[in-house]
Design a protein around this ligand. Structure first.
Ligand SMILES: [Zn+2]
Length: 480
């Protein structure tokens, strides 16, 4: 059944008892932390970023963000506190690619040093270059980071991404709607050639991100399932969807990032506020994947109250994560809201709380299918800073995401890409197409090279024909 992610339709709840630890963790993901706290690797991954373990410092943010942080300070409460608010909150390639700089006859891929992405072999920083190249369809490479946003079509909206971390860990980020399982499984077959997924990340409890779960679990062996927790559910979430997550406990190793301690599939428990987020930060793949925030909580602070309306209540609780390799950073945040269309400004809160722990993105996933609820100014300014580096943005959009990408989002992002481009799985009806690279229902793929010194981003249509490939050699910093 197709359910718009803004629609909190209520339905029958799956009530399978929870609590399974049936999944087997392969060595590749054995370094991840469990729900009880960060392990040494997670700590190391966090602490190698200046200011990583502290609250946002003035030096972390620009004036705009600081101003927003000041406004938000009153709304932030410790994650462990229980407030009245909590208790009541049940609740074709027409890109700027021609702007290529640095006319270097040597391929940037050759010039990049895997050992130090910030310099070339000559010891000088690389030039900021983005260029359009010819390339066969990108596929996973051991030792590099790969991800693909899957075009999900049919009668439902939906979003799903497959990824392979440099250590070989295979990841799903969201699984699409119930009609999309076949597409997701086909992508897993195509990219991995094996029906095993070590790690499944669910960004939030909406049908277009999670409803394919039963069919996915029937077809694939899934090791660990990570989600924000079965807490703080408002009518904006869908009980059928949440029931499917609860039922999946018996078929995976579950990590609840935030918890109310009840761990039950009784629907009445799901609206109880979280008492903390012991699963944050979460790390996997030797630090290649990090989840920094979830359920409106980051850095031990929670933004409360959150609006409970359909267009906000569950989207606002989306988790915030980073995929990284070498100097390369990809940031994703599900359908996180930024204040547009009467939603909560959770993006600004996350920026204020996470500071430098939330790194500028080489490739930024645009939240909520590039709708205008998201990609607020503080978020875009923080993640796509005006430093002259080429950057890219990507959005998972299906044909029924009418109006996506939103023109306001495209126009806000475009000037900050410095010769990069905005790639989408599809431009939906009435969506903005000018300046957007449209995979026309196919995939948008990203593959790092040189140990994360640079990356390729590519649109491939649903027949497997490559529409466009951009190559960026300067993920580690560059001279404009
Ligand atoms: Zn969605």
């Amino acid at each position: 059944m197709a359910l718009l992610c803004m629609i909190g339709a209520l339905g029958a709840c799956g009530t399978e008892p929870g609590g399974g630890d049936a999944g087997h963790l392969p060595d590749a993901v054995g370094a991840r932390q469990d729900a009880s706290g960060a392990d040494a690797l997670a700590d190391a991954a966090v602490q190698d970023v200046p200011g990583a373990t502290d609250a946002a410092k003035p030096g972390d943010t620009d004036a705009t963000i600081l101003a927003d942080a000041a406004i938000l300070a009153d709304a932030a409460i410790p994650a462990d506190a229980t407030s009245d608010a909590d208790a009541t909150s049940d609740a074709d390639a027409t890109s700027a690619i021609d702007a290529t700089t640095g006319a270097d006859a040597t391929s940037p891929r050759d010039a990049a040093s895997p050992a130090d992405a910030s310099t070339t072999d000559s010891g000088l920083p690389p030039r900021c270059t983005t260029r359009s190249i010819s390339s066969p369809p990108l596929t996973p490479l051991m030792g590099e980071l790969f991800l693909a946003h899957i075009g999900l079509e049919g009668l439902s909206i939906g979003e799903a991404t497959v990824a392979q971390l440099p250590d070989g860990t295979r990841v799903l980020i969201d699984v699409g709607n119930d009609s999309h399982a076949r597409d997701v499984i086909a992508a897993v077959d195509s990219f991995f050639g094996a029906r095993t997924i070590e790690l499944m990340i669910l960004t939030h409890h909406h049908a277009d991100h999670e409803d394919a779960l039963p069919d996915i679990l029937d077809a694939l062996s899934v090791g660990t399932m990570v989600h924000r927790g079965l807490t703080d559910l408002t009518p904006a979430a869908n009980e059928t969807t949440v029931g499917r997550v609860c039922a999946a406990r018996a078929r995976t190793t579950e990590v609840e990032l935030c918890t109310n301690g009840l761990r039950t599939c009784d629907t009445t428990a799901w609206s109880v506020a979280a008492t903390g987020c012991p699963g944050l930060p979460y790390s996997a793949g030797f630090g290649a994947l990090e989840i920094l925030a979830a359920n409106g909580t980051a850095n031990g602070m929670s933004l409360r109250p959150l609006l409970t309306q359909d267009n906000n209540g569950e989207n606002a609780r989306s988790l915030v994560g980073v995929l990284k390799h070498g100097a390369f950073r990809y940031v994703f945040a599900g359908d996180l809201t930024g204040g547009g269309s009467n939603t909560d400004a959770v993006e600004a809160f996350m920026v204020s709380q996470l500071g430098a722990r939330l790194p500028p993105a080489d490739v930024l996933h645009l939240s909520h299918h590039a709708r205008d609820t998201s990609s607020s100014t503080p978020w875009i300014e923080h993640l796509l800073p005006a430093d002259g580096r080429p950057r890219h943005a990507v959005a998972g959009i299906s044909s029924l995401h009418v109006g996506s990408p939103h023109a306001l989002v495209v126009r806000a992002v475009e000037p900050r890409l410095n010769g990069g481009g905005l790639f989408v799985t599809r431009v939906a009806a009435t969506g903005e197409s000018t300046g957007v690279i449209d995979a026309r229902g196919g995939t948008v793929r990203v593959q790092t090279f040189g140990g994360g010194a640079g990356y390729l981003i590519q649109a491939v249509d649903d027949t497997g024909t490559v529409i466009a490939t951009h190559e960026v050699s300067s993920a580690g910093g560059c001279v404009p």
